[in-house]
Design a protein around this ligand. Structure first.
Ligand code: 5GP
Length: 176
């Protein structure tokens, strides 16, 4: 078992400040309305959990899971919905909450699938965005941080199922 910790890219404190600002922006935008937050499993679970605590509105929470990278660090090029929503989003104010937009394929596919179900509004919150990797344009309404093209882990994001529990966003170094 490795003992070296990953390098910190975005600290716990910086994440907390940004998540608070995003929650405030959402609260202001939807004043007097209910929002349906859709957490994209598994990577967005920690971001989503912290974000909804900073949204001062009635919130409903639902989950989807998309096929992921598996145990590697490169996209397979196809996206499948592995777990569907429990409830209808027709006429709801929907906010998709994702961990990271990389090539944009997952988010573009999910937005198309959910648009077809007739939400009142549909917006996207993503903690991280890698602009240099974008192949499919996706509009991110609430963005945490733009990062360079590095494979990141922690704060919900994994590498081969590990590191999700870290309270910061990190980068694996040669030692681990
Ligand atoms: P996209 O479809 O935008 O290429 O990829 C989005 C998904 O790929 C994310 O939801 C995440 O699961 C995975 N992904 C992309 N980049 C990274 C990364 O740097 N680290 C981790 N852990 N997952 C990533």
């Amino acid at each position: 078992m490795e003992t070296m910790a990953p390098d910190v890219l975005i600290s716990e404190e910086d994440i907390a400040l940004r998540v608070e600002a995003l929650g405030k922006a959402i609260t202001e935008e939807y004043q007097g309305q209910e929002v349906t937050v859709i957490c994209v499993l598994k990577g967005a679970f920690m971001f989503c959990s912290d974000l909804i605590k900073k949204i001062n509105l009635p919130v409903k929470l639902d989950f989807v899971a998309l096929s992921s990278y598996g145990d590697g660090t490169a996209s397979s090029g196809t996206v499948k919905m592995e777990l569907d929503l429990a409830e209808s989003i027709k006429d709801k104010n929907v906010i998709i909450v994702e961990d990271i937009v990389d090539t944009g394929l997952s988010m573009k596919t999910l937005v198309q699938l959910l648009e077809a179900r007739g939400p009142k509004t549909l917006k996207v919150a993503s903690l991280l965005y890698k602009p240099s990797k974008t192949k499919h344009s996706v509009s991110i309404d609430y963005m945490g941080f733009e990062i360079e093209d590095k494979f990141v882990i922690g704060y919900g994001l994994d590498y081969a199922g590990r590191y999700r529990e870290l309270p910061y966003i990190g980068v694996l170094n040669a030692g681990n």
